[in-house]
Design a protein around this ligand. Structure first.
Ligand code: NCD
Length: 305
């Protein structure tokens, strides 16, 4: 039995197969319409979510399966003090596969260790978000045609942003990928990623504070929201929340074919005026999230169509 807890749980070759499957699903949805008949997906979300939970549910419904679950810790027995380990043991006998989101780092790993069904990490605190990474990889590969030879800018809350952490882990495995890490001093990438991932692998990267200084060199710009819920005090959040606002003026410095990605939700970091620019692909990205989650469910359930 396989789980998806970290973006490194799939080899580059397995990822290639998964992304190919996602593209085939996009082009031939009818072929997959009954692939998960009588299978059930449980979504156990202890933290707020719109896209991740609903795209998982849409994915399972598109495959002919059913969904069950809860959308907040308050509406589950967590509110009574039940542990994740106990909850997943029970869910194992109700569903065939489970996607879990939890505010604590490592919660999905704990769940997987006690589970009798495949567990998918749908976000564990400020740590990882591997299915967002699958979405990001599918988006970049589909729209750029490659995952190697790219200069990727990651901008915003690089400290708490789990989507950024997972994406870096995944992308360092491709040839000639360079990173420009754009953040205020206080929201720089965690030390363990700088040292153990980027430096250890000899990946080319630079850290800058001004978006204007970096934007011109990028093939893709990954904007992120300042992660309000992970701050220890509100003052810091308020001071940092509008540090970056991508608007038309800044975008005029970028390459004509630079992709603008964002895992969403967007707050103020991308001005609405940017949405109509052909380079803005964040809503398309959310759509790719459904195809890739369909491919993931099929892969983890070992279903071949
Ligand atoms: C992200 C998350 O939950 O980490 N959202 C998502 O799943 N698309 C990013 C965020 O909340 O800022």
């Amino acid at each position: 039995m396989r789980h998806l807890i970290s973006p490194l749980d799939f080899s580059v070759e397995e990822l290639e197969r998964l992304l190919n499957l996602a593209n085939d699903i996009e082009n031939n949805p009818d072929k997959y319409a009954d692939a998960c008949k009588r299978k059930k997906l449980a979504t156990c979300f202890y933290e707020p979510s719109t896209r991740t939970r609903l795209s998982f549910e849409a994915a399972m419904l598109n495959l002919g399966g059913s969904v069950l679950g809860f959308a907040g810790a308050d509406s589950s027995s967590a509110a009574k003090g039940e542990s994740v380990s106990d909850t997943i043991r029970v869910i194992s006998s109700y569903a065939d596969i489970c996607a879990i989101r939890h505010p604590k780092e490592g919660a999905a790993l704990v769940a997987a260790s006690k589970s009798e069904i495949p567990v998918i990490n749908a976000g564990d605190g400020g740590h990882q978000h591997p299915t967002q990474t699958l979405t990001d990889l599918l988006t970049i590969r589909s729209l750029k045609g490659r995952l190697d030879n790219l200069t990727i800018g990651l901008c915003g809350d690089l400290k708490f942003g789990r989507t950024v952490h997972s994406l870096i882990h995944a992308l360092v495995r491709y040839e000639n990928v360079r990173f420009v890490l754009i953040s205020p001093e206080e929201l720089r990438i965690p030390e363990y990623i700088r040292e153990d991932v980027l430096k250890a692998k000899g990946v080319e990267f630079q850290e800058v504070e001004r978006l204007e200084d970096a934007i011109g060199s990028l093939d893709a710009l990954y904007m992120t929201r300042v992660q309000k819920e992970r701050f220890f005090n509100e003052e810091d959040y308020i001071r940092l929340k509008d540090f970056y606002v991508l608007n038309k003026a800044k975008l005029s410095l970028a390459k004509d074919d630079m992709l603008i990605l964002h895992p969403l939700p967007r707050v103020n970091e991308i001005a609405v005026e940017v949405d109509d620019d052909p380079r803005a692909v964040y809503f398309k990205q959310a759509k790719y999230g459904v195809y890739v989650r369909m491919a993931l469910i099929l892969t983890l359930l070992n279903i071949e169509v």
